[in-house]
Design a protein around this ligand. Structure first.
Ligand code: NDP
Ligand code: PHD
Length: 398
């Protein structure tokens, strides 16, 4: 694989201004008062409900169509959904009719958000893409596709540059349709501080991560109460493999392969070894992870330098003006007993992550704890900011 970067990794460049694909991605200015119609697939699920909550007040996106299983189709949203959010079911969504997840019901939508069960997401999302619709998915099905960007919005929005290649490789070629995925919820929480560290101190060499994941990560009704009350389950099927693989795709760059086609370099510029251990704990929302890292650079940064880099971290989503981007991405706690799910999972309305206990690691270099809201930045919020970035970069026409 050639090392010439088609699109530099995000630690090297803040936006698309140096991309040879700039002509395909003109800097987009939203017209005052313009609205973009959006649809939500899996609208009745745990992630779907968070989408509804976030989209009813969105300044650009307007809820236009909802989809769920044939069990829910044909019902008003209020009858189909088992609403489990602390806020009331928004009046704007109550009477919307739930459709089957078929592209013809969503033809007017410029953006499709998917909170579909992974058992059905593969086929449905492919059908929506084939109907020339732009799909932003939470499901795992296409994350490993070599032409599908796997985007954590504060980390690697430059990977959107692969979308035109996904469109031209499709049979028949697409004008507007594509799939962009966001990451596994535990991976998302971890890569945000890791990206901040790579931006400040250069590549990481090794990563050990142990998670304590909330029950809501398994959807509703999820893990049986008799399994999780008074207990810890030290296994989440497929989760460790996802964390170990997705971290490399997200923190890596996009390069040209020997045939000149764009491809993800999986952090090959500087190999990164990742070992993940994932546990389910009796917490409702908020995934916590204990992270230890070794830097390639010697000597490594001190804990104080790490704290300062995490606090100083800013990203494209903020500078370009994504309406759902948080004011601060990473909150760094000095208290010895933070972050905690109950206290910190709504930092920046769930769009930020909370880090604490930054200290020396006697085996690697630095260790810390990170907490991310699995349903917000781990799922719906990431998709929405990814779509905002795609609009601002002209990947989604409006
Ligand atoms: N929960 C979390 O923290 C995270 C979840 N994810 C991923 O997001 C996706 C959604 O997760 P979550 O909200 O937890 O799951 P839920 O089980 O809570 O919701 C699943 C949704 O899929 C719909 N659905 C099920 N079967 C079909 C079908 N045959 N056709 C159409 N729609 C169908 C359901 O509709 P109905 O109500 O009608 O059955 C429901 O709206 C999954 O892929 C998950 O892996 C990703 C990151 C975090
Ligand atoms: N597996 C995660 C949630 C999830 O759905 O992940 P993914 O989108 O990678 O399948 C959890 O249980 O907490």
């Amino acid at each position: 694989m050639s090392s010439s970067h088609l699109v530099p990794a995000d630690d090297e460049v803040a936006d698309f201004s140096s991309s040879p694909l700039l002509a395909k991605y003109p800097r987009h200015n939203m017209q005052e008062g313009a609205v973009i119609k959006v649809g939500v697939l899996g609208a009745t699920g745990t992630v779907g409900q968070r989408f509804i909550t976030l989209l009813v007040d969105h300044p650009w996106f307007v809820l236009h169509a909802l989809g769920a299983s044939p069990r829910s189709a044909g019902k008003p949203y209020a009858s189909a959904v088992n609403w489990k959010q602390a806020n009331r079911l928004p009046p704007a969504a109550r009477d919307m009719l739930v459709n089957e997840c078929k592209p013809e019901f969503f033809a007017d939508c410029a953006v499709i958000f998917s909170g579909l069960d992974a058992d059905v997401a593969g086929e449905i999302e492919a059908a929506f893409r084939a109907a020339d619709l732009a799909v932003f998915s939470n499901a795992k099905n296409y994350r490993r596709d070599p032409l599908v960007p796997l985007i954590v919005p504060y980390v690697n929005p430059s990977h959107l540059a692969i979308v035109p290649h996904q469109q031209s490789a499709h049979a028949p070629p697409l004008k507007k349709g594509f799939i962009v995925t966001n990451a596994n919820c535990s991976t998302t929480g971890c890569v945000i501080p890791l990206a901040a560290l790579e931006k400040a101190f250069g590549p990481l060499e090794s990563l050990l991560v142990t998670t304590m994941q909330a029950i809501s990560g398994a959807g509703y009704p999820g893990v049986p109460s008799l399994d999780i009350m008074d207990n810890i389950v030290p296994f989440i099927s497929g989760e460790e493999e996802k964390m170990e693989w997705e971290t490399l795709k997200i923190l890596g760059g996009v390069v040209k392969n020997d045939e000149g086609a764009p491809t993800f370099d999986m952090h090959a510029r500087s190999p990164l070894r990742v070992s993940a251990s994932c546990n389910r704990v009796p917490v409702i929302d908020g995934h916590t992870a204990c992270v230890s890292v070794r830097f390639a650079r010697r000597p490594p940064p001190s804990p104080q330098q790490v704290r300062e880099a995490l606090i100083a971290f800013t990203c494209d989503a903020q500078t370009l003006g994504c309406p759902s981007a948080p004011l601060h991405v990473i909150s760094v706690h000095e208290e010895p007993d933070r972050p905690q799910p109950r206290l910190d999972r709504y930092y920046q309305d769930g769009a930020g992550v909370a880090v604490g206990r930054v200290r020396q690691c006697q085996v690697l270099d630095i260790k810390f704890v990170v907490l991310a809201n699995n349903v917000s930045i781990g799922a719906a919020t990431s998709s929405i900011i990814n779509a905002e970035l795609a609009v601002l970069k002209g990947v989604v026409p409006s």
